[in-house]
Design a binder for this molecule. Structure first.
Ligand code: ACO
Length: 701
């Protein structure tokens, strides 16, 4: 089945099923296997419910059937509520009876034991053999709000919950925690189109479900809760499509700490991918990453309003000067400016607020607002027409008695502008927040949380366009492959500096000029040829980290120095050869690298520090290949990026040269993905007139 066709099938059968069979439906609505039927009935599912139970003629008052074969109607979706050992056979049954999508609830698969892993492998074999698509196993099911389709046993539906519809589609790897998030969101006024839990992802992954959700017209914002990414490249393709459709993906990815990654691994039986790689991939492909449940839902509330930030200039109008200051501080921490209004606009604002207020921005309406609620309307009418405002925040609190009037004024202003607009209402009886939620206006109780949500919206607005990079025409991949082939023939897995540098040279990355020689006399002759200060280094496949044994001597200017250095280096490892290398001009030292990530494949890294790179921990990652513009974005996102402009009167460095080298390295990573496990250019020395690799090391898989 083509991608598009299989997506269409998932949209029709998983997201909008017209009939659902519950296989192993219990008569007892309290049992897990009894809940889906109970929920489908209670929430008023608009399609047909077909309980399958081999021992009963009715289940919870509905006609039941002993097997799928006996069901009297076409079945769009099967919810399999059988123990793990019975699932594979049930899926074969699904295929025999034309059911193409199933949800498998049972636990006891790869997350549980070696025996469970075997069952999961068998399930995957059945998926391949039958083409039946599976959500799960070890999953809580799905909720489609419009149809009230709730093939799930989640406790989120236990109490008397009113399913609230809205523009958000949510996919979670975690079943229980995803349900907590869903329930918390619903209760604070955030509405959904769909919520799905992917569990062990034996077949359908978060990426594939997000992809299907993109094709549902009512879903405008996607939320993802991830523990480990299994098919990173697929996720990025989905992110690319989401970008084209302007449907933002907001993601929480847990497992950033070592302990968190361990827990994620045992929880969903998937590896938590390296966190920095996910971070880089998310930035590169416009996925907005949030740090936890509250930030995710705060951002979701704002994104659901459907407005986009065209800039980062915030105007705040506050009843409390203190709240205004707190908002300004939090805004700054999230990359948002609170610029002082120009004179003319300050004067206009000053005419409608008390003389002891402030019209500068943050605008302080003062506590006079309590006795003069119309002031809010007057001041907001000015704020929504202020041309240099990209974002608006109104900060209020308590004032339960006059709340309706204030909310009306806010609504008038909200409707008068298409700019992102938030309300922070702190304290009080909670009624204003409800009124605002009913009118679709994002409301928060804490300025800091509102600022973080605005920051996420600004970040999304600034995302670079996702590009399709072109391979530079002058790279010589055949030469690079030949280097790898001869290293393999010589039994080398770790490529020494000289050999590794041949790989980067084949991709057009400048490297310091080398001579390979056998002894001190030849080293002196080579140094004379290279003219200028040289380095003498050990070349030995036995010693990848040559400086550890004194195998690197730098800045040698006289023949005597070169001779002595060569002699000492060879004494440390007599079986080695010598590299004589022209010294690079002093400059800023960077590290560039290639890594192979289990989820995202080949990635490149750039950071400050050269040999101090690990200490400084200032590096970023991108998924290969990239073009020079993406490389430039990555370099400019480093904490120390100001160093590129030159420090203490120094000249700016040649950033274009570094970006070009990084983009070329990304093509090497991409083209030799099957061979290269890692490659470090460390350092790449960059000055005003270019960048040059002076050391290099690579490892083959
Ligand atoms: C928490 C997270 O993060 S995600 C969620 C992960 N999943 C879980 O935690 C689920 C854990 N539980 C399981 O895996 C269980 O095996 C379940 C839920 C799949 C099934 O468990 P049970 O409820 O014990 O099923 P049970 O064996 O009682 O069968 C249910 C009904 O189907 C009937 N039935 C059983 N097998 C079949 C069959 N092959 N065909 C038709 N009917 C059947 C039974 O007779 C029973 O009917 P009854 O209760 O009306 O008498």
């Amino acid at each position: 089945m083509s991608d598009e066709h299989s997506r269409a099938d998932l949209v029709a059968k998983l997201l909008h099923p017209k009939s659902i069979a519950i296989v192993g439906a219990s008569n007892d609505p309290v049992k897990l296997s009894g809940r889906p039927v109970d929920y489908l009935r209670r929430f008023g599912y608009t399609g047909r419910i077909l309980p399958i139970n081999r021992g009963r003629e009715t289940v919870q008052g509905l006609p039941a059937y002993p097997s799928l074969a006996d069901a009297p109607a076409e079945i769009d979706l099967a919810m399999v509520m059988l123990p793990a050992a019975e699932v594979a056979e049930c899926l074969r049954d699904c295929q025999r009876h034309g059911v193409s999508v199933a949800i498998v609830a049972a636990a006891g698969f790869a997350e549980a034991s070696a025996k469970g892993a075997e069952l999961q492998a068998e399930l995957q074999a059945v998926v391949r053999e039958t083409g039946v698509r599976v959500l799960g196993p070890n999953c809580l099911g799905a909720i489609s709000v419009a149809e009230r389709a709730v093939p799930t046993f989640t406790s989120a539906l236990d109490e008397d919950m009113r399913l609230r519809s809205g523009p958000i589609g949510f996919v979670s790897q975690s079943g229980a925690f995803g349900s907590f998030i869903f329930s918390a969101a619903q209760r604070t006024g955030i509405g959904f189109t769909h919520y799905l839990n992917t569990g062990n992802e034996a077949d359908l992954s978060v990426a594939e479900v997000l992809d299907a959700l993109l094709d549902t017209a009512d879903t405008k914002v996607l939320l993802a809760y991830l523990e480990g990414v299994t098919d990173g490249r697929r996720l990025l393709e989905v992110a690319r499509r989401a970008n084209e459709l302007d449907k933002p993906i907001l993601a929480v990815k847990v497992g950033s700490s070592a302990a968190g990654a361990r827990a994620a691994q045992s929880h969903t039986a998937s590896l938590a991918g390296a966190d920095t790689v996910f971070d880089g991939a998310a930035r590169q492909f416009g996925i907005v990453r949030l740090s936890g449940m509250d930030p995710l839902l705060d951002a979701a509330r704002l994104f659901a309003a459907g407005r986009r930030a065209r800039g980062n200039r915030l105007s705040t109008l506050s009843l409390s000067g203190g709240a205004g200051v707190l908002m300004a501080d939090a805004a700054a921490a999230h990359g948002i400016d609170v610029p002082v209004w120009d004179e003319q606009w300050q004067q206009a604002m000053a005419e409608v607020i008390p003389p002891f207020g402030s019209a500068r921005n943050p605008i302080d309406l003062t506590a006079t607002l309590i006795s003069d609620p119309p002031m809010l309307r007057r001041s907001l009418r000015i704020a929504v027409t202020h041309p240099d405002t990209d974002l608006i925040a109104v900060l209020l609190g308590n004032a339960d008695r006059g709340a309706e009037q204030l909310v009306d004024a806010i609504e008038e202003a909200y409707q008068a502008t298409d700019r992102p607009f938030v309300v922070v209402w702190t304290g009080g009886n909670g009624r204003p927040a409800e009124l605002l939620a009913e009118r679709g206006i994002p409301c928060y109780s804490d300025p800091g949380r509102a600022a973080a949500a605005l920051g996420a919206l600004v970040e999304y607005g600034r995302r670079p366009p996702v590009s399709t990079p072109c391979r530079p025409t002058d790279v010589d991949s055949a030469a690079a492959r030949a280097v790898v082939a001869s290293a393999r023939a010589a039994g080398q897995r770790v490529l020494d500096e000289y050999t590794a540098s041949q790989l980067i040279a084949a991709y057009g990355i400048p490297r310091a000029e080398y001579r390979v020689v056998a002894g001190p006399d030849a080293a002196v002759a080579a140094a004379a040829e290279l003219a200028g200060p040289v380095a003498v280094k050990l070349r030995s496949s036995k010693v990848p980290h040559k400086s550890d044994i004194g195998g690197v001597r730098l800045g040698l200017t006289t023949a005597a120095e070169v001779w002595a250095a060569a002699e000492q280096v060879l004494r440390a490892e007599p079986s080695g050869e010598l590299l004589v290398q022209r010294m690079a001009e002093p400059g800023t030292e960077l590290i560039l690298g290639i890594q192979r990530d289990p989820a995202f494949g080949p990635v490149v890294l750039a950071g400050f520090g050269g040999v101090l790179a690990e200490l400084l921990a200032d590096s970023k990652v991108a998924v290969a290949p990239i073009d020079a513009r993406t490389a430039t974005d990555l370099l400019c996102s480093l904490r120390g990026a100001a160093l590129f402009d030159g420090v203490r009167g120094g000249q700016p460095v040649d950033l274009d040269a570094v970006a070009d080298a990084l983009a070329r390295l990304s093509w090497l990573a991409h083209d030799l993905a099957d061979d290269l496990v890692s490659l470090d250019v460390n350092p790449l020395v960059v000055g005003a007139g270019g960048a040059i690799a002076v050391d290099c090391l690579a490892e083959l898989g």
